[in-house]
Design a protein around this ligand. Sequence first.
Ligand code: BES
Ligand code: MN
Ligand code: ZN
Length: 507
Amino acid sequence: MIESMKIIVTKSDLQSVSADLLVLPFSSIELKTEAGKALAEAGFDIQVLNDFKAEAGEIVVLYGGRTEYCAARIALLGIGEGKTIDDWRKAAVSFASKAVDLKIEKIAVDCSGLEALAAATGQPVETLVAALVEGCCTGSYRFDRLKSGKLDKKSAGEKSKGIAELLLRVDSGVYEEAEKGASDGKIIASCQKMARDMVNLPGNHLHAGDIAKAAVDSGKKYGYEVTVFHKKEIESLGMGGLLAVNKGSHHPPTFTVLDYKPKGKVKAVIALVGKGVTFDSGGISLKPSENMGEMKSDMSGAASVLGAVEAAARLGLPLHVIGLIPATDNMPGSKAQQPGDVITTYSGITVEVGNTDAEGRLILADALSYATEKYKTDVVVDVATLTGACIVSLGYAVAGLFCNNDKLADEIYQAGQQSGEKVWRMPLWDLYGEQIKSDVADVNNTGGRGAGSVTAAKFLEKFIDGHKNWAHIDIAGPSFIPKASGKVNGGTGFGVALLVELLKKWS
Ligand code: BES
Ligand code: MN
Ligand code: ZN
């Protein structure tokens, strides 16, 4: 859908373009003056301003204005006080979602106020336009590829076509900047969409091999190297964590290494590690059946790493970015690993498997050790739907950040604020290490009741071989929004924008 969305940045007068919907953004501050004038000019009843308060994302659609206007419908779009990029992004998500619901295919947005917005938010025009495009793609996203329409002929025609054309009208002074923002925004949005699709695909449609294949396809298309290790090679490498989790599965595991090198100078070497559990039943330590289906999203970390590496390649960032994706499902069965088992990981460190549902850390252990052993990296970041405890702490909007370097932690925090994918730092104090001590092995994969997301991070820390610049991002909450929460359901692609923002910072 996003690939086919045509984005046009134009300096032309709004009267001279044509669209199905014209979006007029207003801040609550400018509402009193400009909105009244614009509406009166367009021939609308300004009584609507008694209702419209320009809260971020608020929309009123008006019909029947003057015929010479470029669109039959006009949407008043609230951008809050017009002071934050978050409100601006929220507004973009909102009008795009509305447009898809109304089956509107051609949208024009009056971005004449961009310079003023840039001054008020302290954000460059380029960033604002990129955020607008990303928000628009987020809002227009629908996952309906698995609907056949067989049972409901009417709804077959209702499969979302998405937005065909997005036209942004900007002042000539900011045209170049806006063009750059639109093209970067489109790339990031397309990588987010890929990640979201993968997260939303259920376990029977996405196995470890499919994640590897998606990476291979992306590498071919955008010119970076991808190596897939299959079961035999994973055995030769001695990746005991990944193999143990895979024991109950009918589908072989994969370990995929994505390797993007820029044409010119390399400013930094970055390893990104993503948890790729295509379905997490818990294994023999079986999860309760309620909502277990949501565990199709347990490969969200892998999806965001794939999305971020692809984005780095398409944006041509001057970084060497290595993506490492261990992938398998986690199933029970007579061949599955058992609680109490002791396994030997890639590093040689032995692990007592206190709970087979703490599988993410087992596969990440191998990938992290591989990353630190094989590459001389400046930074290692892993992204994983690692613990339910992290959702308890921070909810569905914010990811947990665990980091052994204050400067890196601050950079990731800032990237979160900027990208809208927020993180909050949690401690990695050694006192938490007590909880994962084992009587029979080097370490236990479970740490008991308290501080579940911290003990998980402490476990991972053992496998980075003392790397001084490591971060673990627990995205269990924001990667997938369950139905109950009432927002856009399903996979979010969380992590792509955050990682790309970070990579751009280092570029
Ligand atoms: N994939 C889950 C974590 C998760 C839970 C992600 C809910 C998204 C939503 C992970 O593998 C898991 O099962 N963690 C256990 C760890 C425990 C057994 C120590 C958990 O959080 O309960
Ligand atoms: Mn689990
Ligand atoms: Zn899991």
